[in-house]
Design a protein around this ligand. Structure first.
Ligand code: SAH
Length: 366
């Protein structure tokens, strides 16, 4: 058998002392534990890594988002001190592609300070390598709260799915939080808290409240959305969030472990595999609206990219590319747009939050 994951012993110790550990706490430790967290210790992206994301599939993705940001900057009245904030920048690829593409918009690059919000020292190092030598000032922060005030555009691809999610199971007497315990033979197992969460049903949508017994509901704290919305409303700007998940709040256990491009057991090898849960776009929208931001979308990733002109961009790149590269461009286009299994076009969605005066944002025209 493989050696136990270093985080495994620590999680068992915490459970032995404090009792079953809520799923959100487990997910947070697995991903961002300061010494043994999945993101803290590695660069998981790419064909040779554990999973691949849209900006790693094709430069077209980041380029279109860069042009999106430049047009939103113009809609904002072209402020000369824009904070371009990326949450969870991974390898820094999307920021690099955004800044290159946005060169075509006069004045935009000169107006930007780029702020990279990244919790992982390993990935911060990787981002510094990717972005080394750029003529745009770059600053790193561990939390969005640490970005200085001022007009801002925020972008986040596959960031929210990596934030800790709680789970609760519906039973006859109410919703019980799901947690991780240890069974008689010493394995980590899912358990449910003995008492229901007080007054929980009152916070749920009707569709979720009416779910059958044993349904699993997932939710996250929305500090990051509240903070983004507060800044947008106060200082001006917008945010674009792309991720996978559901348009409306619904039940379903979506906690998943991925390593080497395959699904695994979320309770095996904690800290050594990626853990995510789907994003509830309705919950994001409600959080942003409650602070006074206007909400655009969600729209399928396919619609966003088509409206931003991905087909034109592919057609412009292909004549300059060698034949294998031209095939790769077609393959990337399919992967980013396809609505069937294997494609990202339908499961992935985009939502934007904006200052109420900004009007319709590119990609969200109805
Ligand atoms: N946007 C990139 C990477 C997505 S993976 C891409 O599309 O390729 C998630 C990213 O969020 C990683 O960079 C990870 O280290 C970072 N991250 C995860 N949890 C975080 C947190 N709580 N605060 C800041 N960054 C976090």
């Amino acid at each position: 058998m493989d050696a136990p994951a270093p985080l495994d012993a620590e999680i068992r110790r915490l459970i032995a002392v404090a009792g079953p550990m809520p799923v959100a706490e487990y997910m947070g430790l697995c991903l961002t534990h300061p010494r043994h967290g999945y993101y803290t210790t590695r660069d998981p992206f790419g064909r040779d890594g554990d999973f691949i994301t849209a900006p790693e599939i094709s430069q077209m993705f980041g380029e279109l988002i860069g042009l999106w940001a430049a047009s939103v900057w113009r809609q904002m009245g072209s402020p000369d001190n824009l904070r371009l904030v990326e949450l969870g920048p991974g390898r820094g690829t999307m920021m690099l592609d955004m800044l290159r593409a946005a060169q075509v918009v006069p004045g935009f690059r000169g107006a930007i300070v780029a702020h990279l919000v990244e919790i992982s020292p390993a990935l911060e190092r990787r981002q510094r390598q990717t972005l080394n030598g750029l003529d745009v000032p770059l600053l790193w922060h561990q939390r969005i709260e640490d970005v200085p005030d001022g007009p801002l555009i925020v972008v986040a691809n596959e960031f929210f799915d990596a934030l800790p999610a709680h789970q609760a199971v519906k039973q006859a007497d109410g919703w019980h939080e799901r947690a991780i315990g240890i069974d008689a033979d010493g394995s980590l197992i899912f358990v449910t808290a003995p008492a229901p969460i007080p007054h929980f049903a009152g916070t749920l949508s009707r569709a979720v409240r009416d779910a059958p017994d044993d349904a699993v509901y997932e939710w996250r704290g929305h500090q990051a959305v509240f903070e983004i919305a507060r800044r947008i409303v106060h200082d001006g700007g917008a945010a674009l969030v792309v991720d996978y998940g559901h348009t409306e709040s619904e039940c379903g256990d979506t906690l998943q472990a991925v390593a080497r491009h395959a699904y695994g057991d979320p309770l095996e090898t904690p800290g050594l595999v990626d853990l995510t849960a789907h994003v509830d776009f309705q919950a994001l929208a409600t959080a942003a609206e409650s602070i006074g931001a206007s909400v655009h979308g969600p729209v399928p990733q396919r619609d966003l990219l088509l409206r931003l002109g991905i087909e034109r961009r592919a057609a412009a790149l292909k004549p300059k590319a060698a034949p294998e590269q031209a095939d790769a461009i077609d393959g990337a286009l399919r992967r980013l747009l396809d609505q069937g299994a294997g494609g990202m076009g339908r499961l992935f969605k985009a939502i934007a939050f904006a200052h109420p005066k900004l009007g319709v944002l590119p990609g969200f025209e109805s």
